[in-house]
Design a protein around this ligand. Sequence first.
Ligand code: ADP
Ligand code: ZN
Ligand code: ZN
Length: 780
Amino acid sequence: MPDRHARSARPSQTGENGVLPGLLEAPNRVAVLLPLPLDHPYDYKVPPGLDVRPGDIVLVPLGKRELTAVVWDPAEREPENSTSDVEADIVEDRLRPILRLCASPPMSPLLRRFVEWVADYTMAPQGAVLRMALSVPDALQAPKPSLAVRLPASREKNGEAADADIKWTAARRRVFEEAKDGVARSPADLALAGGVGASVVRGMVKIGLLEQVEVASPRRFETPDLDLPSPEFFGDQADAVQRLRASVQDGAFSVSLLDGVTGSGKTEVYLEAVAECLAAGRQALVLLPEIALSGQWLERFRRRFGVAPAQWHSDLTPAQRRDTWRSVAEGEARVVVGARSALFLPYGELGLIVVDEEHESAFKQEDVVCYHARDMAVVRARLGSFPIVLASATPSLETLTNVKSGRYGCLKLHKRHGGAELPSIELLDLRKDKPTRIEGLGQSWLAPSLRAAIAETLAQGQQAMLFLNRRGYAPLTLCRTCGHRLRCPHCTAWLVEHRGRSFSVEGEGPAGDLQCHHCGYRARRPECCLECGDSDSFAACGPGVERIAEEAAALFPDARRAVMASDTLTGPNAAAKMIQAVQDGEINLLIGTQVVAKGHHFPDLTLVGVVDADLGLFGGDLRASERSYQLLHQVAGRAGRAGRPGRVVLQTSDPDHPVMQALRSGDRDSFFEMESQMRQRSYLPPFGRLAALIISSPVEADADGFCRNLAKRAPGQEGIEILGPAPAPMALLRGRHRRRFLLKTRRDLSPQAVIREWTAGIRLPSRLRLQIDIDPYSFF
Ligand code: ADP
Ligand code: ZN
Ligand code: ZN
């Protein structure tokens, strides 16, 4: 769909070498890809004297704006036949010129091919993908040089005697002594060295005792130290290290699954692959699902390499983003650890990618460009001909299937490092072991035997953790008189009550702050029911993590409790502080949502209680079982990581469910085999392909009308199944009515091709949105 912004430019029609036929000598027009939702590059005129090549980053006009864009390669297609010389001239005349080249390293051919590949696969406009790769426009300008000061050369020889009329204070003399070596230093450094204030140095510059010089900015990222000792590796670990090192030395594309139980040393092992990659003079990228929670990981990295890696995530300041982007482009940053968007940084010499916790759904982006960072990382490695490592204790079914078929290699770590045992997992049947009511609190959510286990753990001076994957105090507020439920006016969702925003349970706020977790809508709980008018009739139904914290406060008043949920951790350092507090034993009862499940290593944590193990099993998600297994396994893996054995209690109303049975027995392989057969029978991923088309509009009838049209043209080939249109489970989201088609194809068919043909020539009415999600992971 052409974008209205692009009217001033024309789709690129250049031939080979980026030149119109007959104009081989002076390329006076080039294709330029703009970071806007446009499907292809547009032509711009090259002003005389400007030498531009594909990959160059340039400033171009568009309407009244100026945009940073990239000179693209000539389109492979032939120039259209109808374009006569005259027509070409006319077009030429209307072409607008490139304004200038930006002072930035060009975008590599590899990154350009990657942008095209991702756009093609996800069906997002090329320009929208480019935008992710040019996410820091500031970084594309030359950095300002810093000012330093030094002794003028004449003075170095003559010393202080030369100028009798200069007043030599003691402070100036000290600075002079420091500056005698002639080295340029920042004014702040020189002042510090001389033990004087900044004004002394400024004064000396003024009277010519010091001179100012421009120097390149100091290095922003230090080089990892490859001479530091690595841990000692034996058995499985040693094999894995050796094979990963070999694949890095090979320098060819390969995918290795590093499959090891929690605490088996996967991180230590893949850091050796990183070391090998650095030794070979290439850059390395480690993708983590949740970079905000990576404090312990960074510490580990620093221990291995003596320096911090470059980080890439949404909490960076604009200056940090700019510095990091540039340092990656210039090759100064050797290792990047980041969230999924780090995949689009301009590495010049990338030689290894590690995707840690590869099964995590946080790697799937569902906004603007819908892509799975793990899958696209594999593509980037293939395009760049280098190895990629996927690490997990509970690999995705997709990855396990690729291992089984031989496309991916597999390295197994069977045991926890240091002889720690895997925790024992017990199923607590809530139908038999019912939580009893608590005086003054009402309904309880912790069964007596779980309460006893917590009390015992705390009494032994160890730590316990309660896990419930639900933020807030109560997921539903209901009128006891008439049954009316409070819902969000903009979404198909209940309003969730929140009480405390702070770490401590004691700092709890007043009841009745209602929030929508989908659009951010907030309201106070009304005094009277909107349906029946009864007052004081609302009841909080079901537990959120804050409700569990309240119960824990009543049951264990002396425990050092803390709540950890994404909304109670505000600011980039909050998570790190909390994790440190648990590590230091300042907290001995941690209550949290899935942020506590991540790869933290708490040596004294020996009990994990899962409040509602059945929670993730509902809903129309094809991966519900797989994900529940992965999440619960990961939570369980927090227990007993050091010397003392760990114990995990799962509260469930369905202990016979295959997920519960697999967790209890620890038989991951049979569970995945069963899950795999089920998907195979119904051609679900990874045995078939899925794509979702979400149509949304503020006007319900518009969405329905468009869907009817689309349904009429639906393709009917063999091997294709189309479900819908149907209201999406979240039929109203942020005020937009949502309808959904689900396209299912055989593995050997391309859903992209089917969708292209299906939607070709269709015009989207204004205000209507069509979101295409290839390989969808959520089905709301
Ligand atoms: P995983 O990533 O598989 O959960 P980690 O890499 O976090 O496992 O290792 C768990 C703990 O064991 C960490 O504290 C780690 O430093 C330690 N560890 C693992 N392997 C070794 C080793 N070979 N030598 C020393 N310590 C190790
Ligand atoms: Zn009511
Ligand atoms: Zn809402």
